[in-house]
Design a binder for this molecule. Structure first.
Ligand SMILES: CC(=O)N[C@@H]([C@@H](O)[C@H](O)[C@H](O)CO)[C@@H](O)CC(=O)C(=O)O
Length: 292
């Protein structure tokens, strides 16, 4: 039995003016390696607020994370962009830096046809010697790929798996069994246990920046056949995720990180800047779920 993989979705620290804060990014990476003991980081994804960054900022984030991690853990660079030229440039940049894996969100907004989506992935990979995870997140992109469509994308041998952020468990079962050798990482933290039951290889998520030790214990309990314990741990995590969402998840993740000793700055506008109420909510989350 292979150990399930735990990846945190790397946050990007910003100052109040929306400038990236490289020291904050380094501190987050260190915490994920030293305290959370994650297997890897997913860089420049949704949690990294990457769709609000320009190309140079994305490169700075990728480089900073790569330098700080210094080979200690796996790294996945999310390079997907509606600007295909940018996606290709980032794929080359991350590959040249040494990122062992890439990922790209399905192109969104313009209702692209499947043929166009397939061309997008093949174009991104054409000139780089690297592997890629499809980032499938239908709730935000409106793109819901079918099993047959995943099969067509997998005809490109560089496409090695899926970051599956989708509540469709019927599809997950179909895809898992159709592609037993592909890497499938579950993306909804609150749905990890059912995804483990369907034999995903692990998970990538935003809340693992805070909650990785509890999630590791859940995955270990699951692997050991202690489903009762895994359920209890998922239940605590889901109470915590419910509280995070109610308090506005993206800014609150950073506020809770501050209580954990890591200054991750604030989120980038148009996301909400912290209010006193939000700060009080974050403190309560820290005290309820993380304070020893
Ligand atoms: C939309 C979003 O942020 N989804 C998160 C989840 O970790 C999510 O925050 C969590 O399950 C709470 O709903 C991840 O799937 C995204 C992610 O890993 C990333 O791209 O950064």
């Amino acid at each position: 039995m292979t150990k399930k993989l735990l990846y945190a979705a790397q946050m990007t620290a910003f100052d109040k003016d929306g400038n990236i804060n490289l020291d904050g990014i380094r501190a987050l990476v260190r915490y994920n390696i030293d305290v959370n003991k994650v297997d890897g980081l997913y860089v420049c994804g949704s949690t990294g607020e990457a769709f609000m960054l320009n190309t140079d900022e994305k490169k700075q984030v990728m480089k900073t994370v790569y330098d700080e991690a210094n080979g200690a853990i796996d790294l996945v660079a999310q390079v997907g962009s509606l600007n295909l030229k940018e996606a290709k440039e980032l794929a080359k940049y991350a590959t040249d830096l040494g990122y062992p894996k890439l990922s790209a969100v399905t192109p969104f907004y313009y209702n692209f046809t499947f043929e166009q989506i397939k061309n997008y992935y093949n174009e991104i990979l054409k000139d780089v010697d690297n592997k890629l995870l499809i980032y499938s997140i239908p709730a935000l992109t409106g793109v819901a790929l079918t099993t047959d469509q995943f099969a067509e994308l997998f005809e490109n041998p560089k496409i090695i798996g899926i970051k599956y952020t989708n509540a469709d468990f019927y599809l997950l079962e179909r895809v898992r069994n159709a592609f037993p050798d592909k890497l499938i990482l579950s993306g909804f933290d609150e749905m990890l246990l059912p995804a483990l039951a369907l034999n995903v290889d692990g998970c990538i998520g935003s809340t693992y920046n805070l909650n990785a030790p509890r999630v590791r214990a859940e995955m270990d309990a699951f692997e050991a056949g202690d489903i009762e314990k895994a359920r209890e741990l998922q239940h605590i995590s889901n109470d915590m995720i419910t509280d995070l969402i109610a308090n506005d998840i993206y800014p609150t993740l950073k506020l809770v990180m501050k209580h954990l000793g890591v200054d991750a700055g604030v989120v980038k506008k148009p996301m909400s800047q912290p209010t006193p109420e939000m700060e009080a909510g974050a403190k309560a989350i820290y005290e309820k779920y993380f304070k020893n």
